[in-house]
Design a protein around this ligand. Sequence first.
Ligand SMILES: CC(C)(O)CC(=O)SCCNC(=O)CCNC(=O)[C@H](O)C(C)(C)COP(=O)(O)OP(=O)(O)OC[C@H]1O[C@@H](n2cnc3c(N)ncnc32)[C@H](O)[C@@H]1OP(=O)(O)O
Length: 261
Amino acid sequence: MSEYETILVDRPESAPRVGLITLHRPKALNALNRQLMLEVVEAATAFDRDPEIGAIVITGSERAFAAGADIKEMQPQGFPQVYVDDLFRDWDRLADLRTPLIAAVAGHALGGGCELAMLCDILLAADTASFGQPEIRLGVIPGIGGSQRLTRAVGKAKAMEMCLTGRTMKAEEAERSGLVSRIIPAAELLDEALKVAATIAGFSAPIVAMAKEAVNRSYESTLAEGIRFERRLFHSTFATADQKEGMGAFVEKRTPAFGHH
Ligand SMILES: CC(C)(O)CC(=O)SCCNC(=O)CCNC(=O)[C@H](O)C(C)(C)COP(=O)(O)OP(=O)(O)OC[C@H]1O[C@@H](n2cnc3c(N)ncnc32)[C@H](O)[C@@H]1OP(=O)(O)O
């Protein structure tokens, strides 16, 4: 199924144009060591470059999406090493991908696990999922964007409490707070995530990329700048064949066949 050591990579037949990455370090609850991290980034980048892939699902096991960065690997490291290596910088590459990433989260999503889920564009949670930034208990703080993305997702009050006390959030609270888009029974999580991914992958790839970029821009700009950016992207959709196809299909009362250009 895959040439990787700590992840499984697949193109499920049931979900056309979808790439699936499954974290697979069962004995360590998918703790994110350097190897796993590189493999995820490489596999996601390879899918992103593949014109036959229109959405990517990242998932873990029933017990853990990921229980955080690998504490045993980090424990002996010193400041000069983590600073010079710019530890965790590689994860930023996921945020630059054009292809939508969907996190299908069951069980623990803690520390770097929660941060990996938040690096994805859509978070779907099993009813067994729990989210947290427990780094404070280890004498560190989040290092893959947790303090920033969690705050934007759930607001300062909850993010501050979670980062300062290490309290975890169960799926229901995560949905109520806007961290996850939906809760799904654990047994159906992966199928549902693949369905969502296949729906996205069926739309025009360049238009999907523009929609993703427009939503993400709202994180980084004022409302007025964001609206101007969205308007320009909207105008540029009219330069694509897929705009002609999508609107033409509506007018002609048929299903559109997007060519992804
Ligand atoms: C990226 C940054 C900068 O933000 C930093 C981080 O991510 S720091 C890590 C944050 N995560 C945590 O602090 C969670 C640590 N894990 C736990 O608290 C518990 O394992 C648990 C609550 C998730 C599950 O508990 P339990 O069911 O009792 O299982 P365990 O026996 O504890 O774990 C099984 C096995 O997995 C190993 N494990 C778990 N998490 C990690 C981890 N983050 N790094 C390395 N190894 C981990 C655990 O040690 C066990 O293995 P053995 O020791 O039995 O070989």
